[in-house]
Design a protein around this ligand. Structure first.
Ligand code: PMV
Length: 362
């Protein structure tokens, strides 16, 4: 079994003076949700997600060698301009990964990052952002250690991304990723995300995710606070056990293409996530009236048309509408005529299942 020790790098004899890399990494949407964690970003339960394609962060990492003076040294640019308020989060990330990447203080970094989705869309950029940065750092490590295998490269990138933001470890690979130990998922680990090992049924090929932007404001509850609410939560143990059961069921669904079951598990997981927040102390309601309007409209549309569309939610008010590619035209017509009115400024983003992080040309 892979352990944390496997990710501690030995001292490399190779040195690299300077250079730069550029990686894009997508966001992901969980079907079985991660909510609750132990120390060191270990999930309280396993989760499974679709990797997205269009909502992504593109990050360039330029590096130049310096003496190790005991400090991290980096500039942070967002869309090409200095962004001081992002720096503490990056510094914390570097501190967390340093035990596994002891070479970091030997370099000055310029991190230049941008998102393909609007900054204030209410879509968390931490998953895609941390994954993109982790990929770049692994590119540097690969130059220092050219013998590294491709498997190790991706596994360690996911391991590092996890230390930045848990769900980020599911953004390295596509198109369906499991994070967290689960008896029936071969190779699954609490330390990194793994590509879903079975063949995914054709029903899920190019599966669509239209993200309805109901509330573009700052998150009411940060995920750090949210995960903490699961400590001493009255339903925590049942919830963690349920996630294991739902992941077993979802595994079968993804293999067999049973869309009815897919809808049931996915919607139940979304509502359970929110139920956990409503029943914690302090308690929160993260849905908005328009979130409920949209959910009811989706249910009515599904009843009437028998089109297999469903919703899922993150820890916020926005609604992800999930559906197979072959019903795209009718669903988009439904969205534009009946749902867009519930979105802030009528905004929504069309996305679909994707392949994971990609190195792009500088
Ligand atoms: O990765 P974090 O710590 O921001 O947590 C994300 C948690 C959810 O998005 C609500 C669920 C999930 O599994 O992605």
């Amino acid at each position: 079994m892979t352990t944390e020790k496997d990710f501690v790098t030995p001292n490399f004899t190779n040195t690299v003076e300077n250079g730069s890399f550029r990686w894009s990494a997508p966001s992901n949407i969980a079907l079985v949700k991660y909510w609750g964690k132990k120390t060191n970003q270990i999930p309280a339960n396993p989760s499974i997600s679709f990797t997205l394609n269009n909502c992504k962060t593109i990050t360039q990492l330029a590096f130049s060698h310096k003496e190790n003076d005991g400090d991290f040294s980096f500039d942070l640019l967002f869309e090409g301009k200095p962004k001081e308020d992002f720096k503490p989060k990056i510094k914390k990330f570097l501190e967390r990964i340093e035990p596994y990447c002891p070479y970091l203080k030997n370099y000055h970094f310029t991190i230049d990052t941008l998102n393909t989705f609007p900054h204030s869309s209410g879509i968390a950029s931490s998953a895609s952002g941390m994954a993109a940065l982790a990929m770049n750092i692994m590119s540097l490590e690969k130059q220092l250690n050219p013998e590294m295998t491709e498997d190790f490269f991706y596994q360690k990138a996911s391991f590092l991304a996890r230390l930045g933001s848990g769900s980020a470890c599911r953004s390295v690979k596509g198109s369906v990723v499991v994070w967290g130990n689960h008896d029936e998922i071969e190779g699954s680990s609490d330390l990194f995300g793994v590509a879903f090992p079975s063949k995914v049924h054709a029903n899920f090929k190019n599966y669509q995710d239209t993200i309805l932007l109901v509330d573009k404001g700052e998150k009411q509850v940060s995920s750090t606070v949210g995960h903490d609410l699961m400590h001493n939560h009255p339903f925590a143990e049942q919830r963690f056990a349920q996630a294991h059961t739902n992941l077993s069921a979802m595994k079968k669904v993804l293999e067999t293409g049973d869309l009815e079951q897919f809808i049931q598990i996915t919607e139940s997981e979304a509502l359970t996530l929110h139920a956990m927040m409503m029943t914690s102390l302090p308690y929160f309601i993260l849905m908005k009236p328009n979130t409920l309007e949209i959910i009811n409209k989706i249910w009515a549309f599904r009843n009437e048309t028998k089109i297999p569309i469903c919703f899922t939610l993150d820890a916020g008010a926005n609604v992800h509408v999930l559906y197979p590619e072959n019903v795209r035209v009718s669903v988009l017509q439904f969205i534009t005529s009946e749902l867009v009115g519930f979105c802030q400024n009528g905004n929504y983003i069309c996305d679909a299942i994707g392949i994971g992080a990609i190195e792009t040309i500088n």
